[in-house]
Design a binder for this molecule. Sequence first.
Ligand code: TXA
Ligand code: MG
Length: 359
Amino acid sequence: MRHKQEENSAYETQIVSAVRQDEAGTIQGAKLIQAGELVAFPTETVYGLGANGLNGEAVAKIFAAKGRPADNPLIEHISKKSDVRELWSRMPKQAQILMDTFWPGPLTLVAPKSDKVPDEVTAGLDTVAVRMPQNKTARALIAKAGVPIAAPSANRSGRPSPTTAQHVLDDLGGRIPLIIDGGPCKYGVESTVLSLVGEPTILRPGAITREMLAAVIGEVRVSESILNPMKAGEVAASPGMKYQHYAPNAEVIVILGSPEQAAKRINALYREAEAEGKTAEIAATEQTRQHYKGRRHVVLGDRKEPETLCANLFAALREMDTRADLILAEGIPAEDEGLAYMNRLLRAAGFRVIDASKD
Ligand code: TXA
Ligand code: MG
């Protein structure tokens, strides 16, 4: 499939299916990576936009294609654990057991960088984030390229992360030569980012939860900024946290409370919005769907299985954004995988929250 956009069409973006065409995509992708070009590829979390992670000039193209601020560092992706040694100057003491337990998988580890890692990857920091993805197509691409692949999520900066090849095409069509299509992503939210510089600290929550990490290495701190907006003048532990993230064009409001409380308040807000001539849509759950009959809504999943909500969140935000001026989304307890869900949802909402438990 080929696609050309009106503006910024330096490339005719090609999509190759990793499912139907097996190795064709990773062979073609590896050649492009070696030539210093960009390739979008599937991972188990979200689609990544990759470049040769040892080549600063190639990495700089990622920032241009995404419109990403230059001070937001990237993650290096590797295909085997031992490759971490050329990227880190030393192994933090908890690193080996974490790698053995959670790699390949959605856990990114931050440690002091080696001289081999270009400043374009780390945005000038003296640490580098590394992960070994679970997705087999991703690992085949990295292994064939023969270099670590630096990759952020493959969306235009500030947009929801892409969980299908179509999302990547919508955002980056014409800006990159190749998208490898591996189908929808399994987790749908980005990897957990854990800093091993000083006390182990979660900088971004994901499918590997604080509880799972603590069971292996003992106490793990959670950065305060995960559920709170940054205060003016505060320095971000992870530069990515200071930017408005995951945001659709529609206004998003998060409604907290029990399923019944949330549904009641959401229905009132929906009626008000419609009376003002706005188009509202509801991000609902299995527990509340019966309250929204006759109203525009998408059921994201089960409140008791927050991983189902995570898997559908970004796709649902993109879809609702094509129809709605206002998205009313139910909040859930920020526990276990619910923490990753609320972290993304609150950012999409610019921290606009209504607590219906006080109604
Ligand atoms: O699941 C994922 O992690 C996806 C897939 C493609 O692997 N990648 C991803 O990349 O989400 P990106 O660039 O969208 O997010 C990387 C996050 C940012 O919040 C960034 O600030 C943080 O990791 N990060 C990267 N290097 C860091 C470092 N040295 N110290 C602290 N935070 C870092
Ligand atoms: Mg991103």
